[in-house]
Design a protein around this ligand. Structure first.
Ligand SMILES: [Zn+2]
Length: 449
């Protein structure tokens, strides 16, 4: 294990990021009790949830007790009536006039959830992102470009404020189109940027095709922070992004209702640190509900934001499935590491032809095949009684000569990694849809006939 020299400029918060786990636990339990009491006293939504389970805040005395607190799911937040006080309803814990931020979820399924934050909450958002940006090497010398349509979605707004907090120079690339953004990056010699994996790859394609710019050679971006999709934790997608930009690509994980709770550090330990200073994060066994502390065992991630006050996030069932890594990270942080990051959302895992498959597993295979473009689409339908999976791909123009070899490789790898056979459709290069923010590549049409 690499030892960090004393006084090295590695951590955003040197004290918290190296605190022994037992002391982190004590602090987390103390803060957990406080936020639970806060919500119980101020929000009808939380109080009736806890009363329904026969639980009072005083019942929570230890780290192990936390599991007794009922979970909140996104669907429950969605059902909170949009009234009194409009538009947030009774999960709001502060007077309406203290709310300074409106955001909403950008999830691909269901109606959006409204998320109010106070100014204190907003500073907390920036603090959470400052931990992650600092861990990814952002410093005062960086010029950070945000190729992001500033709107009601939170990701990258927080990144913007946090980059300023760290002391970087921040360039908002809001209303520009992709070509103008690339030219601005070139003109200003920006050193870092934040985007979804889909857009990181899309920008590189546009730069090469439309502008004759090779990002790895002609641009100065050397670190990229991803959000919104799991791509930066999918090895083949990460490799494509790093090669296209000649940059380090780092993942982060968060959600509108939760905050930015996990991040990759520059040591890239093959997973994401959870931010144990600002969140209490537990893995729960999917069957028994037991808290999993040991490495190598999968559980669902349940998260509490310890300092968020307007619409608290307490025991949130993230629907993500993960396991703890067994090795401490060489960066020296005591914050635990989620092995492989978060790629298997339990909501996204679906049964096809009787086999459980995660869309990220298909992505990992497609992006690992040289000669295929970055774009693909998966369409699951029902033919008679049987499931059918069509996989639409594009072959790069100068790889057409290797077509047979590429297709054989793709079929073999898919069979090996997902245990399924696919109808592979080769589409003309540049004909599949291109996306600017989150991509919709996986379409399951079975439920709709
Ligand atoms: Zn680390």
């Amino acid at each position: 294990m690499k030892t960090i020299p004393k006084g090295a400029d590695v951590y955003w918060n040197p004290l918290m990021e190296t605190l022994p786990l037992e002391r982190l636990r004590d602090l987390q339990v103390k803060k957990f009790k406080k936020i639970l009491e806060w919500a119980y006293e101020r929000s009808k939504f939380h109080r009736s949830l806890y009363q329904g389970a026969g639980l009072e805040p005083g019942d929570i005395k230890s780290y192990e007790d936390v599991v007794k607190v009922p979970k909140v799911e996104r669907a429950m937040m969605r059902d909170i009536p949009r009234k009194d006080p409009f538009p947030y309803g009774d999960a709001l814990c502060v007077p309406l006039e203290e709310v300074t931020e409106f955001r909403q979820t950008s999830g691909t399924t269901g109606a959006p959830v409204y998320q109010p934050d106070t100014w204190q909450d907003w500073e907390w958002w920036a603090e959470a992102w400052a931990y992650l940006l600092y861990a990814q090497g952002y410093r005062r010398t960086d010029r950070v470009f945000l190729p992001f349509g500033y709107n009601i979605f939170v990701a990258f707004w927080a990144g913007h404020y946090a980059a300023e907090k760290v002391g970087c120079e921040v360039v908002p690339g809001g209303v520009l189109d992709t070509e103008a953004r690339i030219l601005k990056i070139q003109e200003l010699r920006a050193t870092a940027m934040m985007a979804t994996p889909t857009y990181v790859l899309g920008m590189a394609d546009t730069a090469r095709k439309k502008l004759g710019i090779d990002p790895a050679r002609d641009l100065t971006i050397r670190k990229i922070t991803c959000a919104g999709e799991p791509g930066a934790s999918i090895p083949s997608t990460k490799q494509r992004m790093e090669e296209a930009w000649g940059a380090k690509v780092y993942d982060h994980v968060g959600a509108t209702e939760i905050g930015a709770w996990g991040f990759e550090c520059t040591a890239q330990p093959g997973g994401l640190h959870v931010n144990e200073a600002l969140f209490l994060i537990q893995l729960e066994d999917l069957e028994t509900g037991r808290i999993i502390e040991e490495p190598g065992r999968k559980g669902k991630i349940v998260i509490t934001a310890l300092d968020r006050i307007a619409q608290p996030c307490i025991q949130f069932d993230s629907k993500d499935v993960a396991e703890w890594s067994k090795d401490p990270c060489p960066c020296g942080r005591t914050f635990r590491v989620i092995k492989g990051g978060v790629v298997g959302r339990s909501d996204d895992i679906t049964k096809i032809k009787g086999v459980l498959v995660a869309p990220s597993a298909i992505e990992e295979v497609v992006r690992s095949i040289r000669g295929l473009s970055n774009e693909f689409e998966v369409l699951v339908t029902k033919k008679g009684d049987l499931d059918d999976i069509a996989l639409k791909i594009e072959i790069l123009p100068d790889e057409e000569k290797n077509r047979e070899m590429i297709l054989t490789q793709l079929k073999d790898q898919l069979r090996l990694k997902t245990n399924l056979g696919y109808n592979i459709e080769v589409h003309p290069y540049n004909s599949l849809p291109r996306y600017e923010v989150k991509a919709k590549r996986f379409k399951d049409l079975r439920k709709h006939g």
